[in-house]
Design a protein around this ligand. Structure first.
Ligand code: 13P
Length: 258
């Protein structure tokens, strides 16, 4: 009942020209993609161009962050109505790089999730434990707290729109992904908590895995029943690799080959 989803987080990469070329490459490879929703999240500066490049294709546009207010004196920030105006349908919220490198806390993430939903953007809420938290046996508590606080303002009738990306910090950009079993275990726990908080709506919430996902590693994650897709960093900067990941998720084919 949940449509699988693959999101590419381009992070702070690509000029406008490079973003155009990458988006065109993804678009051309995935023209007939079905079996999974696909979204690319370029930097803010390339959103308009990538939106034009993807026009008429099934690939959707997402941003990497959003401010919680819709307008005002917030120098350097970008609001949900501005993203919507550019054609965005998704926005990443609470990415670990923002939490750990830029000081974003759970309270901030909560406000951003609410702002996204209030303006018809689907939040991709990122959660995950650090290596220290994992080694200390605190994974469950950390992930549960992050999701609980972030979703406190989500009305039950909107909860089904949420996307949650479990991205263990130690797996991001390290070439050392979690195992499929680890990702599946945390996704299962997440589903259980979401049921407690949101009832039936929890069944519609998509749970992604992120952290060193490649065409070679995606099969393990795609095979997990509670994992509904992937949030891809480095490999999303290569149109071929990204398309192979989408293919593997869409078909649940562990070979990852189109
Ligand atoms: P990598 O796929 O490069 O590990 O990054 C994951 C990520 O942070 C996606 O948001």
């Amino acid at each position: 009942m949940r449509t699988r989803l693959v999101a590419g987080n381009w992070k702070m990469h690509t000029t406008v020209r490079e973003a155009h070329d990458l988006a065109a490459g993804v678009r051309d490879r995935l023209a007939a993609a079905d079996g999974a929703d696909v979204v690319v999240c370029p930097p803010f500066t390339a959103l308009a161009e990538v939106g034009r490049t993807l026009a008429g294709s099934p690939i959707e546009l997402g941003a990497q962050d959003v401010h919680w207010e819709s307008h005002g004196a917030f120098t350097g920030e970008i609001s949900a109505p501005m993203l919507w105006d550019l054609g965005c349908t998704y926005v990443i919220v609470g990415h670990s790089e923002r939490r750990h490198l830029l000081g974003e806390d759970d309270e901030t993430v909560r406000r951003k999730v609410a702002a996204a939903l209030a303006h018809e953007l689907i939040p991709i809420l990122c959660v995950g434990e650090s290596l220290e938290e994992r080694d200390g046996g605190r994974t469950e508590r950390v992930v549960q707290t992050q999701v609980r606080i972030a979703t406190l303002d989500v009305p039950p009738d909107q909860a089904g729109q949420l996307v949650i990306a479990y991205e263990p910090v130690w797996a991001i950009g390290t070439g050392r992904p979690a195992t499929g079993a680890e990702a599946g275990r945390v996704a299962g726990l997440l589903r259980g908590w979401l049921r407690e908080w949101f009832g039936e709506a929890a069944e519609a919430i998509r749970i992604l895995y992120g952290g060193s996902v490649t065409p070679e590693t995606i099969g393990e994650f795609a095979a997990q029943p509670e994992v509904d897709g992937a949030l891809v960093g480095g490999a999303s900067l290569d149109a071929d690799a990204f398309a192979r990941i989408v293919w593997a998720v869409a078909t649940k084919d562990s070979s990852g080959a189109p």
